[in-house]
Design a protein around this ligand. Sequence first.
Ligand SMILES: Nc1ncnc2c1ncn2[C@@H]1O[C@H](COP(=O)(O)OP(=O)(O)OP(=O)(O)O)[C@@H](O)[C@H]1O
Ligand SMILES: [Mg+2]
Length: 357
Amino acid sequence: MLKISSLKKLVTDSMAIDLGTASTLIAVKDRGVVLDEPSLVAIHEISEEIVAFGQEAADMEGREGRDLVVREPMIGGVVADFEKTKKMLAHFVKKAKSGGSNLAIQAVMSMVSDVTHVEQRALLNAAEEAGIGKVFMMEEGLAAAFGAGVLPTDKRASAIIDIGAGTTNIAVIAKGSVVHSTSERYGSNEINDVIATHLRRHRGLQVGAETTEFLKTNFVSTYLPDDISKTIEVRGRDVQTGSPAAVEITSGELYPVVESVVRRIAQLVKDTLTELRPEVAADIYDRGVILTGGGALLDGLDQYLRSFINLPVTVADEPRYATVLGLVKMFDDLKLLERVARNELNVLQNAEIPFEA
Ligand SMILES: Nc1ncnc2c1ncn2[C@@H]1O[C@H](COP(=O)(O)OP(=O)(O)OP(=O)(O)O)[C@@H](O)[C@H]1O
Ligand SMILES: [Mg+2]
């Protein structure tokens, strides 16, 4: 159990960090979100040295110079490359620090609910090596709920569906505790993948990440558009000849491709909602579900889910920021942080002496 006294300091020099698959967000008490950058690094292939982080690395993606390659150190919400995650986090933390304070900072971070001990330890060690003095971890679903406005004192249940880039996390919360959760390492990036695969296999065109992201955020939707023959020209590389090329695609053509991913996510939500105890189910029947995460911004996703589960669906005000805003709220309520912090880290760090108090 963490002691309040050790938490007091948190308020003065503290950060909330949401280290996501797609983006890293940092918020500071009373200042809100101070950093919002892609979770990317650009690496020199031969020296393995990192030459750019975040937005700067993203701007190179797909058009990297010779010898350079852009990588995601986090995959599916967990650390995929320890060294790169650590360096990226250190870079972002330094950038977010105000006034060059030399104090060892402390942070609250989120983690996916089904995180393994090994994955959790990797995240913790990355944070420690990035120069964060003390790390408190809490479940992403709980943070997203608080960020979306669910009150920790509310005794009735709320359901939060966070659709991130690499994960979908469903959490049912009551009285500031998770009463049920499911999480799958499957998220909005799956849509980019199916669009790219469709174009390659059926239209003979290879496209880059920027193109699929543009199509996802500007062209596709979860409902069959009124005008299914609305077209867009997509450019890339011809699969057969290798030459620069373009094809015309229609919204009707991409609709079923995208729908297959959305249906799988909706099915996960539906299945999870059948696993609730009666009183909890009754609360959710009244209140419906809240969507958070960048994936919630997909055009028509809320309507799709509403008709799939037959319950009210609302999108949080700033869905991409819900988790980090929930994390930063913990600094206003240290008692709550003390209760929700999953600091098995002490246990983890002393893994070889498991029975020590
Ligand atoms: N306007 C939009 N329409 C559709 N999708 C969007 C939109 N804006 C962002 N996204 C998608 O949201 C995802 C990023 O969401 P978010 O920032 O919540 O992910 P993350 O927290 O980094 O990932 P995770 O929680 O899985 O680790 C990306 O897949 C991105 O393409
Ligand atoms: Mg996230």
